[in-house]
Design a protein around this ligand. Sequence first.
Ligand SMILES: Cc1cc2nc3c(=O)[nH]c(=O)nc-3n(C[C@H](O)[C@H](O)[C@H](O)COP(=O)(O)OP(=O)(O)OC[C@H]3O[C@@H](n4cnc5c(N)ncnc54)[C@H](O)[C@@H]3O)c2cc1C
Length: 304
Amino acid sequence: MKELQEKCKKQLPETRFNEPLYKYSTFQIGGPADFFYKATDTEQLLTIIEFCKQEKIPTLFIGGGSNILFDDKGFRGFVVKIENKQIIFEDDIVVADAGVLVSILIREVMKNKLSGIEKWIGLPGTVGGAIRGNAGCNGLETKDILISASVLDTKSNKIKELKNAELNFSYRSSFLKKNTNLIVLKGTFQLEKNKMNENEQKEIMKQIMGERGKKQPYGLSAGSFFKNPSPGKSAGMLIEKAGLKGKTIGGAKISEKHANFFVNIGGASSQDIITLASIAKREVKAKFGVLLEEEVQIVKEKND
Ligand SMILES: Cc1cc2nc3c(=O)[nH]c(=O)nc-3n(C[C@H](O)[C@H](O)[C@H](O)COP(=O)(O)OP(=O)(O)OC[C@H]3O[C@@H](n4cnc5c(N)ncnc54)[C@H](O)[C@@H]3O)c2cc1C
């Protein structure tokens, strides 16, 4: 390993070794990654990809870490946090790098006197994470405003522009979820001009934040743990009806406020969360015949 680290340092001097992953997850759970890098441009990504191909090191590309559960044992491979941050406005269109936080994008859109994404207020994570998972809230999903995404294919090292239709979006999913060799580099979004003034935008955001505060718990979570099984059926409601609100395993608890939020109340291990999730799955299946599917990405120590 020492030899490999030396080799890596020569090509990528800013690489960190044995970097704790809990720092990069809103759950604040996760052991060390063998290699860790904050990539601010495509050149760095290409160098990492080449190095990992040559040395046969597994890779994992992350954004804001708000939809991810790392393993307590960490990740045996190279974790790359995407941190490119450029935002370019062209009339009512914005091209935002994958590493831009959604919260920053909203602020910049408003500064440019445009609207169309204020409903995303309170949505954690980055543009890249949102595109990959078709994130959304308050009736606005990524698919509704994304024109195209620029992606880097780690197999061919080529950059492709994928149109909205090619991304095959569905509820909390896209073509990119099944094609993990594609890394989002940036997204092009259609915004609105002269549709809303700043005060109207602020009013909408205030209301939304008020609702979030009422419905969702504060504390360390990754948002909704499971996808809603169908449009009329909420995973949170099923878990609640199964009598699991407040259920605690070690440092992990099913929130009293919203049963689809699994909260690290202090010192939770990844196994605590997984055990709690499997109890929720088992009980919901037994009581309602519904198999819940994880929305949170569970990252194992080793790629199978
Ligand atoms: C309190 C709270 C509230 C939330 N509310 C909502 C909500 O209302 N609606 C909603 O949809 N989600 C919600 N979430 C979940 C989360 O915010 C979204 O899923 C978000 O889009 C994840 O983005 P991220 O950058 O944090 O991704 P990460 O957690 O870093 O990564 C998630 C997955 O995407 C992959 N990925 C990340 N960046 C890239 C990239 N550039 N290219 C390719 N793959 C990439 C990772 O490998 C991983 O598999 C909430 C989370 C929290 C903590």
